[in-house]
Design a protein around this ligand. Structure first.
Ligand SMILES: Nc1ncnc2c1ncn2[C@@H]1O[C@H](COP(=O)(O)OP(=O)(O)OP(=O)(O)O)[C@@H](O)[C@H]1O
Length: 268
């Protein structure tokens, strides 16, 4: 986005209320500290990206934010509501796209949206109307009658995203929403999400696509080994370079070819 526009948006964003606050969050799995004291604040209307190398703790963090995984310590509040003290209330205002999709895939797309909507308390008519709107927005009109088990990876991602949005949540937490999604569909999804944040919704997503984050997000956090090493507006974090350069610098540089002589010499 243009620099002046980005600065204007950042100034506006700084005046918005904090909708997600993460404080001193810790999660260990045995001897592995997956999340090591994370502090983060996300304001209303933000399009916020969380990036980090594989195993950095992104999914673990987002699972705790959405009430799926209990933290060892620390607090998470959404709209001033402590997620782990009031999980049922908090979940009403969150839409979740989890990382490892475990869907009821013996349902058709329409049945899955019906299930998601009804579970969130919507009546039949609203579910039907919203399902049609979402299917059109995600280009899934022709797939609604088919079993989700038979969807491609990208289609599965899109139906899960539609299910996450059907109850019009105030905050969407999306773990790698663009993985396997083709570029045209990704652009459509981004457009939908941009409209959503323009009308006061908030998006928090994790992604490995630095280009996309740099292009569409206004805030970003770089997480490495369970800690936030940089956070702020995308311009603050990238410091004049690209987000990818800053990411590689903080993640410890490239070292892929070291010690791989056996492979590199294999054609001799
Ligand atoms: N259920 C679990 N049991 C044991 N260890 C786990 C569990 N879940 C995550 N971990 C470990 O916690 C660390 C953080 O994992 P996490 O999935 O949060 O990383 P990530 O940043 O989402 O990675 P990726 O980009 O590869 O998806 C890793 O070392 C992982 O092996």
């Amino acid at each position: 986005m243009a620099e002046a526009e980005a600065a204007e948006r950042a100034a506006f964003r700084a005046q918005q209320p904090v909708v997600l606050s993460i404080s001193r969050l810790v999660k260990k799995f045995g001897s592995t500290t997956a999340v090591d004291g994370i502090d983060l604040e996300v304001r209303q209307g933000a399009f916020y990206g969380i990036v980090g190398p594989n195993g950095a703790g992104k999914t673990t963090t987002l699972s705790m934010v959405t009430g799926l995984l209990r933290p060892d310590s620390g607090t998470i509040t959404i709209n001033d509501l402590d997620v782990w003290a009031n999980p049922a209330q908090a979940k009403k205002i969150i839409g979740v796209l989890p990382d490892r999709l475990r869907l009821f895939d013996r349902l058709t797309g329409r049945q899955m949206l019906y299930y998601a909507g009804t579970l969130r308390g919507l009546d039949n008519k609203s579910v039907r109307e919203r399902s049609d709107d979402l299917a059109a927005a995600f280009g899934l009109e022709d797939a609604l009658g088919r079993l989700v088990a038979d969807y491609s990876a990208g289609m599965t991602k899109k139906i899960a995203l539609a299910a996450a949005m059907i109850h019009s949540p105030r905050i969407l937490v999306l773990d790698e929403p663009f993985e396997s999604v083709d570029p045209v569909s990704a652009a459509n999804v981004i457009e939908i999400l941009q409209k959503y944040v323009e009308t006061g919704g908030t998006v928090v997503l994790s992604s490995h696509s630095m280009d996309m984050i740099q292009r569409v997000c206004d805030g970003v956090a770089i997480i490495v080994q369970g800690q936030v090493l940089a956070q702020g507006t995308v311009d603050e974090v990238r410091r004049g370079g690209t987000l990818e350069d800053r990411f590689v610098e903080l993640a410890g540089g490239r070292k892929a070819a070291e010690g791989m002589e056996w492979l590199l010499n294999s054609s001799n």
